[in-house]
Ligand binder design. Structure first.
Ligand code: 5GP
Length: 180
C-alpha cells in the first residue's frame, strides 16, 4: 500500500502548530462558555483528540457517523446519518469538528440538520479544505489549511480504511484511485 503514497502535503510539525493556534482562537472566543464538540467519525478522530487536549474551556464530546453515497473518493452529496448524537443540543454551543471539506455537501447537510435542533450557536472547525472545490457556500470559522484539489490520506484520513494512522498528511497517487 505504501507505493500509493505521494509527497507529504502537511507534516506533523505543521499540524501540531496549527492545532495549537486553532485551539487558542477557540478558547479565546468561547471564554466563559462551555461547548459541545461534535466529531464526525471516523476521519476527524485524530484531529479532534489533539484539538481538545489544547482547549482551555469546559467541553463535552459527542459523535456522529455519517455516510455519503458514492465511491470512496467522490461524494454524491446525499448524506445518511448512521449514528446520531447522544445528547440534546438545544441551547448548547456547538462546535462541529471535521477532517476535510471537499465539495462541502456533507457539512452543508450537517449544518442544516443541527441548526434545526435550535442550538445556542453552531460553528465549524475543519483541518483541511480543498481549494476551488466547494459547491455550496460555507462559513468555516476555524480552518487549518487550504490544500490543492487532490485526494489526501493520513492523520485520520483514509483510503479504503487504510492510512488513518500516519502522523503526516500525504497526497494519494492517482494509480491508487484507478487500481483502488
Ligand atoms: P464533501 O461532502 O465536502 O465533498 O466531502 C467530505 C468528506 O469526504 C470528508 O469528511 C471525508 O470523509 C471525505 N473526503 C473528501 N476529500 C477527501 C480526501 O482528500 N481524503 C480523504 N481521505 N477523504 C476525503
Amino acid at each position: 500500500m505504501e507505493k500509493y503514497l505521494g509527497e507529504i502535503v502537511i507534516n506533523r510539525k505543521q499540524i501540531k502548530e496549527k492545532v495549537k493556534e486553532l485551539a487558542e482562537k477557540i478558547s479565546r472566543d468561547y471564554k466563559g462558555k462551555s461547548i459541545l464538540i461534535i466529531g464526525i467519525l471516523r476521519g476527524a478522530i485524530i484531529f479532534l483528540a489533539d484539538l481538545v487536549r489544547e482547549l482551555k474551556i469546559p467541553l463535552e464530546i459527542d459523535f456522529m457517523v455519517v455516510s455519503s453515497y458514492g465511491s470512496s473518493t467522490k461524494t454524491s452529496g446525499i448524506v445518511r446519518i448512521l449514528k446520531d448524537l447522544d445528547q440534546d443540543v438545544k441551547n448548547r454551543h456547538l462546535l462541529l469538528v471535521e477532517d476535510i471539506i471537499d465539495t462541502g455537501l456533507t457539512l452543508n447537510y450537517l449544518i442544516r440538520n443541527l441548526k434545526a435542533r435550535n442550538p445556542a450557536s453552531l460553528e465549524v472547525c475543519a483541518l483541511l479544505s480543498k481549494e476551488g472545490k466547494q459547491r455550496v457556500p460555507l462559513e468555516i470559522k476555524y480552518l487549518g489549511f487550504s490544500i490543492p484539489n487532490c485526494f489526501v490520506v493520513g492523520y485520520g484520513l483514509d483510503f479504503n480504511e487504510k492510512f488513518r494512522n500516519l502522523p503526516d498528511i500525504y497526497f494519494l497517487k492517482e494509480e491508487a484511485i484507478s487500481e483502488g
